[in-house]
Design a protein around this ligand. Structure first.
Ligand SMILES: [Zn+2]
Length: 352
């Protein structure tokens, strides 16, 4: 029988679809669903923001184009046998414009998409090898929810970062308002300059220890698409499927450099929160005020503090300290967390 090896990213999509993290989507998009999502953000009449597709490059296509039944492998382990229903194309320009607007050619995920996808597969599983349908960074939503027991409100926090003081301000803000919080970092980074997965996990677990059992942890095994508002909406759906009742959508959530405006993700998710079935927490970004000597996210008391006293805290800033081998100030990051970081905590070369 013919075989096809799947990438790390495809494997994460297989797991998330099969185990319900992407519900109401249960399987990779066929041509009709792919187009419906791009045009109407809908799948079977339900809101769904981003296409989840199974694409292959030219080399793989020529290997399997005349085959009907194929075995899928991930890291040399047999995961499933599939029956190919058909191959189809989606115009790259159409994909790019619908997801990323007029400047799509400058978007990093568009470039990745164009490079990796020669053609798309519509298939069905004939056999699934459940034994190998697992990953150290993946916990099925149903397994996680069993541990939840009686938590009346659970507020989700997405991150692809090492928590800095502004993140921790958000954690504490949510702990005050909701029964528990779920810190769920996105694991599956591939871009140069991002943190290593292992660093993200270690640092977030350290933060969780500071919250007196009020914070839960589960990884979100996927990969960033830098898709701004649409990807933020997918993040919200995933959190709903993991049992969250509320979800924090922050400044430039799932963004890329200055591609999207600061609060476009937040307002898009808030506008669609009924369709998503999860409440979106809408707050301004927290920053450090030298006048008040603390982190705030509203105007300082009586507006006595000057604008110049305001310090923006961002992951980019932290990574710049690391690259230069400089100590990270405590107003930017808790010492216990910054202690575990150095310039090797960042992806220095492009992962294959
Ligand atoms: Zn102030």
């Amino acid at each position: 029988m013919n075989s096809l090896s799947v990438t790390n990213e495809q494997f994460s999509d297989i797991l998330n679809l099969y185990y319900g993290s992407y519900f109401p989507l249960k399987h990779f998009n066929d041509e009709k669903n792919f187009k419906n999502i791009l045009l109407k953000k809908k799948v079977n009449n339900k809101f769904f923001p981003l296409p989840i597709f199974f694409g292959i490059n030219k080399k793989k296509y020529f290997k399997i184009k005349n085959k009907k039944i194929i075995k899928l492998f991930f890291e040399n382990k047999y995961i499933a046998a599939i029956k190919i229903k058909n191959f189809f194309n989606i115009k790259k320009k159409f994909f790019g414009r619908k997801l990323f607007g007029l400047n799509y050619k400058k978007h990093p995920y568009y470039l990745k998409f164009s490079k990796e996808n020669y053609i798309f597969l519509d298939f069905e599983y004939i056999k699934i090898n459940k034994k190998n349908l697992r990953h150290k960074y993946f916990v099925p939503p149903s397994i996680f929810k069993k541990k939840l027991k009686k938590v009346s409100t659970l507020a989700g926090f997405h991150t692809r970062n090492v928590p800095h003081t502004a993140h921790q301000w958000v954690h504490k803000f949510m702990i005050k308002k909701y029964s528990k919080i779920l810190i769920q970092p996105l694991i599956g980074q591939y871009k140069k300059g991002e943190y290593l997965d292992s660093t993200i996990i270690k640092a977030n677990l350290l933060a969780i220890q500071m919250y007196d059992k009020k914070a839960l942890y589960v990884p979100y095994f996927s990969y960033p698409r830098y898709g701004g508002p649409l990807e933020s909406a997918l993040h919200a759906l995933v959190r709903k499927n993991y049992g969250c009742t509320h979800f924090w959508v922050g400044r430039d959530h799932a963004g890329y450099k200055k591609y999207f405006s600061k609060y476009s993700s937040q307002s898009f998710c808030f506008k669609n929160q009924n369709k998503l079935g999860i409440k979106i927490i809408v707050q301004k970004e927290p920053y450090y005020c030298h006048g008040c000597k603390k982190i705030v996210n509203k105007k300082c008391l009586k507006n006595l503090c000057k604008r110049s006293l305001k310090i923006v805290i961002s992951g980019t800033k932290v990574r710049n300290y690391l690259r230069k081998n400089k100590d990270i100030p405590e107003i930017i990051m808790n010492k216990k967390i910054s202690k575990i970081l150095n310039k090797n905590s960042i992806i220095n070369s492009l992962k294959k």
